[in-house]
Design a protein around this ligand. Structure first.
Ligand code: B12
Length: 696
């Protein structure tokens, strides 16, 4: 085994099962936890060390993580937990693994200083393989910790014969653990061993129908999101159908590692009838892993009703999917280039259905016409209309997209016709034009809105620098001209004045006006008294504050520079409070008659938090109640009796999941009084909390 040698360096990939397979690791940040930077770092290091990483992203519950490890037959799971509740998260994940006979999975992770030393000890007692503390980070370094974990994880031999003893009889598609082991054999074992086990495991006749649908298309076309949405429709219309999704992602030649990232898009996988397995392309270097044909055989033998095979992104000429699938779907977006590019596309020859995803993008309707026409030409179906071609526009990112409904309806009809299956499909609610609704919450012309804002601001700063440079030159030229004039060099002085005038004229009038305003503002601040108006009311203010020792300190400090360019840059980038770009607030001075405080609380139960609000606002002329919710409330989940969720209920905030609780939270406060205001630190679940708040 290459792996376990203590002398291995960070350049040596770590492999398991006597060098037969890379280590497979599930990575995730814990439930209700948005701290995903750390796991992002560790997943990249794992890949660089030759591991195949199945990344689930953030906010993943113990059930999702453990289910992924079982379906993916992973050697290890890495979890980061920063939002509290780490003990419950790790313990519950371990419980699920143990219950399913996956105790061998090396469960490790960290959470910096948020997992305390006595909790690390407790977790070790509970059988968690390793929690890495900040001290471990200092001693071993980031790569050192990963290699330490992987060397231990590599001791588990997933191909050990004894492991497969449990597969001595027929395996059913519901038995995800056994299906997963068979898929590991499909990927790594020799032909005899694999078929020997498969013949024992077969629970369904070879002749019974289980169609295989291949999904291919360009990278980034949204294949995984689309398949997730299709699986949700299959579940909706055929609750008993059992579906397997087999996805391939590329192996990196340099490290041998891979990011198997398709699972991150999947929200349908909580259904026990849906199963997913990710493969790395490994030595094949193709868009489907070499083992996919065997993996399909496994899924058919154990009784799945449908197998979906997803490729990694393909180029114009790739058609490997046709080797394993009997029905093919090609997914593209409007961004395929000029119409002539479609003529080169092999997929339009073999695809049964073409999907034009991201149909809400500008220009997508023209693309739909072009693809339909090209599809018709490829089929030489000149007596048919382009509209009758099986080209479906979809917006997989749109909730309940009728385009995806139409896609599933087409798939179901095709499969029922070809294979005699009996899939049901609800009728899609397409618009009168036969197309899905494109009135997305974000109109197409505003989709690049943030990029436009960023580029406008960048342009603004660039322009500021240019004008500041010119203004500085004018100041320097005019000053130099004066010096030359005073030393009798009239001609040279006139030359400089001429040049200064030329540059002066190129500078916009508003820049000179800003500099003039700066001078009058500086005078006003120096005078000790100023006034400003709010809603027509003139408010007089003292511009200086006298300290106990009698020093007069200006309430607003202006830059002392004499350089016109620097002054202009300050005006355009910062400026005084009450002036554009308002970096110091929208009013020239802060109010002095009210303390800028909030009664901020979130202490477990509604009653306790309410008590705290009353304590904080006692004898105050105003109530500015500010709510900090616990993470289940923030993420819109019920405080269920599930260990990983329980660990976060009433932690670092108040738990509010009923209208009654919202009522008790503000008990005794007149929420309509002008002296009362309420703010909430909230996120995607805001609508529920807002509705509950209006109700009280
Ligand atoms: C970065 C950060 C953020 C970023 C997160 C960015 C992101 N996308 O991840 C932002 C600003 C968004 C953020 C937000 C919040 N944060 Co914050 N955040 C941090 C911070 C500063 C660093 C965490 C981090 O990523 N460290 C980098 C990792 C690599 O290093 P490390 O943590 O030291 O871990 C070492 C070892 O443990 C080990 N290790 C760790 N994990 C793993 C995993 C594996 C596999 C291995 C092998 C090793 C290993 O390696 C490291 C090197 O030695 C910590 C404070 C701190 N200094 O730790 C707070 C902290 C975690 N945040 C906190 C809080 C409260 C929040 C908020 C709730 C604040 C709020 N009220 O809105 C939000 C919640 C966001 C959410 N939705 O979950 C608290 C948590 C309190 C608690 N649990 O008791 C902390 C501790 C700050 C504090 N002291 O109050 N946060």
């Amino acid at each position: 085994m290459e792996s376990s040698s203590g002398s291995s360096t960070s350049d040596t990939p770590i492999v398991a099962s006597d060098g037969k397979m890379p280590i497979r690791v599930i990575t995730a940040a814990a439930i209700f936890d948005g701290h995903d930077a750390a796991i992002g770092i560790f997943r990249r290091i794992l890949q660089s060390q030759g591991c195949e990483v199945i990344h689930l992203g953030h906010d993943r519950g113990a059930d999702e993580v453990a289910r992924a490890a079982i379906q993916e037959d992973a050697h290890a799971i890495a979890i980061t937990s920063y939002q509290g509740g780490a003990v419950e998260m790790f313990t519950h994940t371990k419980e699920i693994l143990d219950e399913n006979g996956f105790s061998h999975v090396f469960l490790f992770g960290g959470g910096g200083g948020t997992i305390l030393p006595h909790e690390i000890e407790h977790l070790a007692d509970k059988g968690i393989s390793r929690i890495y503390s900040t001290d471990d980070g200092r001693d071993l370094g980031l790569v050192g910790m990963v290699r330490d974990a992987m060397e231990k994880a590599s001791e588990t031999d997933l191909l050990e014969e004894a492991r497969f003893d449990s597969i001595s009889g027929p395996v059913d598609a519901d038995d995800h653990g056994s299906v997963s082991m068979l898929l590991t054999m499909a990927e790594n074992s020799d032909t005899d061993q694999f078929y020997n086990s498969l013949s024992k495991a077969r629970s369904r006749d070879k002749d019974s129908e289980c169609p295989v649908v291949g999904i291919t298309g360009t990278g980034g076309a949204g294949k995984s999101s689309l398949m997730d949405e299709v699986m949700l429709r299959i579940r909706r219309d055929n609750p008993d159908a059992r579906v397997a999704l087999l996805a391939t992602d590329p192996t990196r030649k340099k490290t041998g590692g891979a990011l198997l990232g398709d699972r991150i898009r999947m929200n349908s996988l909580s259904d026990p009838n849906l199963f997913m397995r990710s493969f790395a392309s490994r030595a094949s270097g193709r868009e489907i892993a070499d083992c996919v044909d065997r993996a399909v055989e496994v899924c058919q033998a154990v009784g799945f009703d449908l197998v979906l095979v997803e490729t990694s992104g393909i180029g114009q000429g790739n058609d490997a999917i046709t080797e394993v699938a009997d029905t093919s779907i090609y997914v593209t977006t409007r961004e395929y280039g000029a119409p002539s590019q479609l003529e080169k596309l092999a997929a339009l020859d073999f695809a049964d259905i073409v999907v034009l995803n991201k149909f809400d993008r500008p220009g997508a309707e023209d693309a739909l016409t072009e693809i339909r026409k090209q599809f018709l030409r490829n089929r030489e179906a000149f007596d048919e209309s382009p509209e009758s071609m099986p080209v479906v526009p979809t917006i997989a990112s749109q909730f309940a997209d009728a385009g995806v409904d139409r896609l599933w309806e087409m798939m179901a009809n095709l499969l029922n016709e070809r294979f005699g299956t009996e899939f049901s499909a609800s009728e899609p609610r397409l618009g009168p034009d036969g197309l899905p609704n494109r009135d997305t919450p974000m109109p197409p012309e505003r989709q690049g809105y943030l990029a436009e804002v960023a580029s406008t601001i960048r342009e603004y700063h660039k322009r500021s620098e240019e004008v500041a440079r010119s203004i500085r030159q004018v100041q320097q030229l005019e000053a130099s001209a004066k010096i030359l004039e005073s030393s009798g060099k009239q001609d040279a002085s006139q030359d400089l004045i001429g040049k200064a005038k030329e540059i002066r004229e190129s500078i916009p009038e508003e820049a000179w006006a800003s500099l003039a305003d700066f001078d009058s503002m500086a005078d006003a601040y120096r005078s000790g008294q100023a006034s400003y108006s709010v809603r027509g009311k003139e408010i007089p203010v003292k511009t200086t504050h006298e300290t106990l020792s009698g020093t007069k300190v200006p309430r607003v400090a202006l830059p002392t520079t004499e350089d016109w360019g620097d002054r202009l840059l300050w005006i355009r980038k910062e400026n005084a409070p009450g002036s554009f770009p308002y970096t110091g607030g929208v009013f020239p001075f802060r109010r002095q008659d009210e303390l800028p405080v909030r009664m901020f609380a979130g202490e477990g139960s509604a009653e306790r938090t309410n008590k705290r609000y009353h304590f904080l606002s006692k004898d105050q002329p105003f109530n500015r109640l500010s709510v900090a919710f616990d993470s289940p409330s923030l993420y819109g989940n019920d405080p269920q009796e599930r260990l990983d969720i329980f660990g976060k209920v009433c932690e670092s905030g108040v738990s509010i999941s009923t209208v009654d609780e919202m009522d008790r939270l503000f008990d005794g406060f007149d929420l309509c009084a002008p002296s009362t205001s309420v703010s909430m630190t909230i996120n995607g679940n805001y609508w529920w909390h807002l509705a509950a708040f209006f109700r009280v």
